[in-house]
Ligand binder design. Structure first.
Ligand SMILES: [Zn+2]
Length: 149
């Protein structure tokens, strides 16, 4: 079964499924755009309520946090837009890494996914093992440095 679907080059998603994903992407896009305006409105409200320099400092910090958040949202928005353009492509819904089908269920949960769950988990576990590798190496270094006379 797995082998048969891998050979097929046409899109494996039905028009109805693609329609559902398109609606989901558009709704997510709408949500981000609406959120952006409410965040901005709330931030302006905070500025007006400022009274002393301490508050100003924390407001600046909050602003930088919101900018960081906004950047992430903008990144997601870009991804949504590019995914919307790819919907008509027969290659849509295939894993960037192994070219196998990402699957409708996974796309429904995460329409901007470009890796199948296997590759995603693999890349995450590689990231994790690299992290622990680095940690244990630096720990070893610290211990040997401590042991030096
Ligand atoms: Zn894959």
């Amino acid at each position: 079964m797995e082998k048969k679907t891998k050979k097929r080059h046409a899109g494996y998603l039905t028009l109805k499924q693609l329609g559902t994903l398109r609606e989901k992407l558009l709704a997510e896009k709408e949500r981000i755009l609406n959120k952006e305006t409410t965040d901005r409105a709330r931030y302006h409200l905070d500025i007006e309520e400022l009274s002393d320099p301490v508050d100003e400092a924390s407001a600046n910090m909050q602003a930088s946090q919101e900018i960081r958040f906004a950047t992430r949202e903008t990144f997601l928005l870009k991804k949504i837009n590019s995914t919307l353009l790819k919907l008509d492509d027969p290659e849509f819904g295939k894993c960037e890494e192994c070219d196998s089908e990402i699957g409708f269920e996974r796309l429904l949960a995460r329409p901007v996914a470009n890796q199948c769950i296997t590759c995603k988990e693999e890349s995450e576990s590689v990231e994790k093992s690299n992290f622990f590798d680095r940690r244990s190496k630096s720990l070893g270094k610290t211990l040997s440095e401590l042991g030096r006379p």
